[in-house]
Each structure stands twice: as structure tokens, then as C-alpha cells.
Design a protein around this ligand. Sequence first.
Ligand code: PBG
Length: 334
Amino acid sequence: MTATPVIAPYPATRLRRLRRTPAIRALTAEHALSVSNLIWPIFVTEVPGAEGEIASMPGVERLTLDGARRAAERAARLGIPAICIFPHSDPALKDETCARAWDADNIGNQAIRAVKEVAPDLAVMTDIALDPYNINGHDGLVRDGIILNDETVEALVRMGLAQADAGADILGPSDMMDGRIGALRAALEAAGHKDVAILSYAAKFASSFYGPFRDAVGASGRLVGDKKTYQINPANRGEAIRCVARDLSEGADMVIVKPGMPYLDLCREVKDRFGAPTFAYQVSGEYAMLEGAIRAGWLSRDAVAESLLGFLRAGCDGVLTYYAPQVAETLAAG
Ligand code: PBG
């Protein structure tokens, strides 16, 4: 709801009055970043020696299972409500069937159990897409160069059920196949996982800003072609709105706009139109831009909080961000 602005002419109105001191500015702040707005994405590897810093995401590491446990403890200590697990799987085990995606003991599912052991109250979110286990880096099954929709949905449902069995609280389908939310919701109900939530990557664009993520999960050199036959064209606003409407109508509990910063218009519009819990994903490329410029001395670190505030101002309920632990520590320090 937008208030009708009533502004007396200058000098009766001097907008600078409410900007004069820190106390008055605090009193009139419209938004405040809180730790409860944050979801922390982490990368977990099963490949010996692959742990450590990701070159295109300085400050972000691939973690071992033990590292994931420590991250979960840190998140819980800081009051971060949710962690999102992305697997970096053994390249030798990737194939065209992607069968490891629904293996109860794949690295993603091991990480879910490991995190739940040490931090049972921390919400665990997952990613549902075949790319970590796919030899050609796509989110879907590929036949003769075509990404198969319906066969992929069946595989994704198996993958999601395995994640729910492992103890995930929130499933995050990021694949952009048609029909996956409805199929997943029905399968969860049938399997007795009626309270597992779906946070759909509903407005997910075919973006160049995912580059560093693909390095992080080891999909970069692999991707054959691009993802434009399933992710949304960055030129399309109306189509993104239809995707969100469709996913909500199929049973998504919450939705994501991804990437974040170049798509703030959609954050606002999705929240206003549908009212559902709406999250922005400040993706790897946004992190790389900010962190690169900060490390070069070209931006102050204050740019991080400002970028996150932008999502709240645009109507988001929260943000998936690699900066989550850092921001939480800053907030805790007061
Ligand atoms: C894979 C997936 C991607 C991201 C999250 N899940 C990459 C892609 O679609 O190629 C990107 C996240 C980021 O860039 O931080 N399904």
C-alpha cells in the first residue's frame, strides 16, 4: 500500500530535519537488516584436495563434510535461520543418467545429515537440479542435444524425495523445468513429507552472473551450450511474473528472484502481486563484483549492507547471500 505524500512547501517542509542526527535517522529508518533475513549458501565437496577458497569468489570456500558441520554450528551461533547446501561432486562419478542425484548417500544428502546432527534447529535448504551430477553440466537430462522436460521432472522428484528423507526442511528447485513444483508437491504429500517446504526458484533468469558458482561446483568447463531453453530471458518481465504465478499455483510455499540486483523490479512486483514470502538470491557474480571491488580498494565494505538493504526496500523478506556469516557477525557486533 502506498501512502499519499503530503508535502508542505519549503520551508515548512525541510526533509533534512529527519536526517540531522544518528538518533533521528535511526528513528525514521524504514528498513533494517536483521540476521533473520539471511540464508547462507555453502559449497560442500567430496573431492579430496578440492576444499578451500574458490578463485572467482574470494573469501568463499568449498567445505569438507567437517567444514559443513563447523559452518552449521557457526550459523546456529550467529542466529542465521537457514543454510543452503550446494554439492561439489566427484567428476569421475558424473554421468548422463544423473542417477547419483537421488542416491541417499550422495554428497549433498550426506551434508544435510551432517548439518542436522550438529545443528538440528538450523533450517536446511537444498538445491534441486541435476547439474552437480550431470556429465554435461545441464540442470536437466539431455538427449540429442535437447533438454528433456518430463523425464527431468521425474528425476528431480526422486532427487527431492531423497533430500527430504535426509532431513531437509526446505527444497529449492532451481532447474526451471515445467511442471516440477506440482509433481514435487504431490510426491512429498504421498511420501508423508507433508511439512517439507518448497522455496521455488520461480523467477530464475539465464544469467551471466552465475559464472563463479559454476566454478565453485565444478560445472564450468562442462556446460555444453547454455541454459537459455529453460531459464528466463533477461529481457522478460511478464514471463517471470507468469512463472511465479504458476509455481505458487502448483504448491510452492515461497519464491526466489534470481539473480538479485539486476532484477529488483521483479522483487517488488512479485511481492506486491502475490504477497508470498519472496527471496532474492544475491548470486555468485554479484558477490564477485562486490568483493572484487572491495578488495581492490575501489568500494568500501559498507556496499555489502547497502546491497542487501536494497532487497528489503524492494519488498523481499530475505536474501540468499554468500555474505550471510559476515553480515551476521557485523550485526552481532552492533
Ligand atoms: C544450478 C544453480 C545455479 C545457481 C544456483 N543453482 C547455477 C545455474 O543455474 O547455472 C547459481 C547460484 C549463484 O550463481 O550463486 N541449478
